[in-house]
Design a protein around this ligand. Sequence first.
Ligand code: IDP
Ligand code: MG
Length: 139
Amino acid sequence: MRTDRTFTMLKPDSVEKGHIGAILEKITASGFRIVAMKLTQMTKADAEAFYAIHNERPFFGELVTYMTRGPIVAAILEKNNAVEDFRTLIGATNPADAAEGTIRKLYAASIGENAVHGSDSDENAAIEGAFHFSGREMF
Ligand code: IDP
Ligand code: MG
């Protein structure tokens, strides 16, 4: 399992608010190389599958509605220690708890609408990247 790649989504709130450029600038300035990237919109079935691990949680319906309401930017990112370093860059799930300067502190509105996704393990980074991209879309 490679340890130098992670998967991210700039969630619908980030796209709606015009934050794509600022967030990508922060990501690349932090040393991540873009391996794959696209603007896309998840269907209800896509979001239910992507977030299947959360399907018993009380916020699951709200999460699926949010993640499907508009386009997202999906991307695979490369850097040494990518998963952990990207989680540090995005900050805590709840922006109220996120460290100063993190993407969620800067751009997230709430624990639900929290601007960005970052994979939580190397295994999930590979699964999530393959969910959105074919091998010929990775560079
Ligand atoms: P993470 O995105 O920081 O890994 P997870 O616990 O994996 O956080 O939750 C996945 C996503 O579900 C969050 O990013 C957020 O959009 C949403 N979510 C998590 N907890 C809550 C909550 O308590 N209320 C509403 N939405 C939530
Ligand atoms: Mg998570």
